[in-house]
Write a protein that binds this ligand. Structure first.
Ligand code: AR6
Length: 188
């Protein structure tokens, strides 16, 4: 499933983002980059082989790149892909989405848009051609899946006006069920 916005293509795929062949993958992190569960834990484990080591690397990168011990929505931190390089991944871009706990409103949507845009702009800065996102905030943070998918489409469309280096944006869904739900959301 793909949508074209100018020179930018938005593609929905099913798979494990830790082995998805995009130059940059995005992590659905928390503000302290603690990588305790979900996709964050999976990325940390595959990248460094040891979650605690990748948390240490992430926090050090955050100090260097942001100058603080936490990030706001829209701020991102870049770490190396380490062992994921074997799949063609070069960078991990950590971004933090909103916590929803089942609720959804304009404020949460704005925070999610900021989180997505921050990662897209960083991908431009890094000069990558392809970037893959997980469904940020749709897991442990409990945001409604369909709203998350719709927000991705909106944000990618907006970003296509300023995209230069980035040509392919992927939304990688882990389960077949989520993949099918996303296709349904995009085709209505
Ligand atoms: N590949 C692709 N998608 C995945 C993978 C994977 N390997 N594993 C899980 N997902 P979540 P959040 C999907 O909970 O809601 C962490 O503890 C998953 O099915 O990872 O933003 C962080 O440190 C879901 O659709 O992220 C934060 O504290 C999506 O990824 C907190 O969770 C996002 O689920 C962030 O919560």
């Amino acid at each position: 499933m793909e949508l074209n916005f100018g020179s930018l293509t938005f593609k929905v795929a099913q798979g494990d983002i830790t082995r998805f062949p995009a130059e940059a993958i995005v992590n659905a992190a928390n503000k302290y980059l603690e990588h305790g569960g979900g996709v964050a834990y999976a990325i940390a484990k595959v990248a460094a082989g040891d979650v605690r080591e990748y948390i240490r690397i992430s926090k050090e990168a955050m100090k260097e790149q942001i100058g603080r011990n936490w990030i706001e929505h829209g701020e991102v931190v870049v770490t190396p892909a380490m062992k994921m390089e074997q799949y063609g991944i070069k960078y991990v871009i950590h971004t933090v989405g909103p916590y929803c706990g089942g609720k959804w409103d304009e404020d949460k949507k704005e925070k999610l848009k900021k989180a997505i845009l921050g990662a897209l702009r960083k991908a431009e800065e890094l000069g990558v051609k392809s970037i893959a996102f997980p469904a940020i905030s749709a897991g442990i943070y409990g945001c409604p899946f369909e709203e998350v998918v719709k927000t991705f489409v909106e944000m990618v469309k907006e970003f296509s006006e300023e995209a230069k280096s980035v040509k392919e944006v992927y939304l990688v869904l882990y389960s077949k069920k989520d993949y099918e739900r996303a296709l349904k959301t995009l085709t209505v």
